[in-house]
Design a protein around this ligand. Sequence first.
Ligand SMILES: *Cc1c(COP(=O)(O)O)cnc(C)c1O
Length: 335
Amino acid sequence: MPIALNVNENTHPVPDEVASDILDDIAVALRDVNRYPDREFTTLRESFAEYLGHDLDASQIWAGNGSNEVLQHILQAFAGPGRTVFGFSPTYSMYPLLTQGTGARWVAGTRQPDYTITPDDAAAQVLEHDPDVILLCSPNNPTGTALGLDVVEAVYEAARGVVVVDEAYQEFAHRDTVSALALLEGRPRLAVSRTMSKAFAFAGARVGYLAADPAFIDALRLVRLPYHLSALTQAAAIAALRNSDTMLAMVDEIVEQRDRITATLEALGFQPHESGSNFVLFGGVADPQATWRALYDRGVLVRDVGIAGHLRVTAGTEAETTAFLDALASIDSAS
Ligand SMILES: *Cc1c(COP(=O)(O)O)cnc(C)c1O
């Protein structure tokens, strides 16, 4: 497919100068690849702590092969048979699958019609279901909705179990969206997960990470496989983080394309939802399957996330975004 805007990747490649810097470090790591890697990935944890700020140190950082593995570690440690995992639907489609993989039960809560959640409603739903693990996605996939810290605080207060804020798209969020990292201090059951797959354009390298209390991190050490992060992965991620300014230079441009998608969709008669991520969920599609197919026939791949009357599109490069908007305008599909 020439234009793939379906899985929220960063469609910009890693900048050339960074790619060669990463390659130099991988070459060095390769010289020692007969040995097992640093199983504590200490330098990488220090690099993430520095990148995240908020006075974090390496003892509060965990990492895995993608944030999917990090989430799996959390669920292996805190979920399992007889336990429940809760999230506000619609949310990331992997949560129920990762939950069921540990033998736990997924419980879907509800949102307002515009996909926001109020602190009172969130707390009431948590009290009702009393879950062992709560997965909050902010900004949320597939809706783009950011959660206020008041919601995270209310959920934490109401919960007996572990609360995870999945901030996979945080770098794309509006400037007034404060990271839940600001709430970590004094909340030992709270974790904030991130990924290098989106803003860092590193989806193929598989690197996700998390910040939490050191005791929370220790619980994850019990479930990971020994040496789960390869020496090559560690080397690549450390080098990428050393170049984070350049790696993240494309974020502003992607945000610009996202906002252009929103404005153009409105002009075309669709109802885009407010997005703090690198994608836009839009309603007002008369027949999502037909529109998905018509875009596909024009060389543009988007995502039918199974919400009636809606499709989701990732913000691409300026040219990709133009191709999507032109293709959509050529199909009369608004209801
Ligand atoms: C894309 C995405 C991730 C990232 O997964 P990786 O395994 O790090 O590639 C995590 N959470 C959400 C909500 C996502 O949309």
